[in-house]
Design a protein around this ligand. Structure first.
Ligand code: DX5
Ligand code: ZN
Length: 222
């Protein structure tokens, strides 16, 4: 039985926002690899979460990379702000980026790693030409906007196709998968080719300690 290596990026979307700094500190101590920050503007997605000021406030609580997922319209307007706030990775949605190559270059000029995200029914062909420029592709396995949704299994075929494309081209692009990942789904997501798993409600679920939730998720991957 080969346990595949994968990295875990807990999403603070389901954390206790009245104690966000401690939650970030605790999940970092529990063995997370990244902290996934779901920024939502209420326009690109039907929910509003937080902006650069919250990223700035949690920065001192962890040394882990802050993996910022921008679910916002015209993300190019805020690249500087999120970078200055302390983000290490900035991921924009292909569907929200009119000039994706220019935005990717803008992200890299700040020193951040650049990611491009696609929604469940957005075709891989939309981002194929961006692969030489991005450090990671974030594949949404739910419709963006809320935590605690069910993973859409058909999207895993897209993860497999992306993995094949990256291998065929010889790229080192990482595949991050986001949405509905828990102890029941993590294995198939990793087996589909994911390098980084985002998990929010499975980690910050208030029914068990963060450390136990992280351990359970990691041990569920066969
Ligand atoms: C998009 C968000 C969520 C979140 C993960 O809505 O990006 O997918 O990170 O939430 P869970 O792990 O609860 O599905
Ligand atoms: Zn996300």
């Amino acid at each position: 039985m080969v346990i595949k290596n994968f990295k875990l990026a807990p999403s603070i979307l389901s954390a206790d926002f009245s104690r966000l700094g401690e939650e970030v500190r605790d999940v970092s101590a529990a063995g997370a690899d990244y902290i996934h920050l779901d920024v939502m503007d209420g326009r690109y997605v039907p929910n509003i979460t937080f902006g650069p000021v919250v990223i700035e406030s949690i920065r001192p609580y962890t040394n882990l990379p802050l993996d910022t997922h921008l679910m916002i319209s015209e993300p190019e307007r805020y690249i500087e702000d999120f970078s200055k706030a302390g983000s290490d990775i900035l991921t924009v949605h292909a569907e929200a980026s009119t000039h994706l190559h220019r935005t990717i270059c803008q992200i890299k000029e700040t020193g951040c790693l650049a990611g491009v995200a696609i929604n469940p029914t957005t075709a891989l062909s939309t981002i194929e030409n961006a692969l030489p420029y991005v450090d990671l592709v974030l594949i949404l396995t739910v419709n963006p906007g809320f935590g605690g949704q069910t993973l859409i299994p058909e999207v895993l075929a897209k993860v497999r196709d992306l993995k094949s494309l990256i291998n065929e081209k010889g790229y080192s692009t990482q595949i991050e998968v986001d949405g509905g990942i828990n102890a029941n789904t993590a294995s198939q997501v990793v087996q589909s080719g994911a390098d980084i798993l985002v998990a929010g409600s499975a980690i910050f679920n208030k029914t068990e300690s963060i450390a136990l939730a992280v351990e359970r998720l990691r041990n569920s991957v066969q």
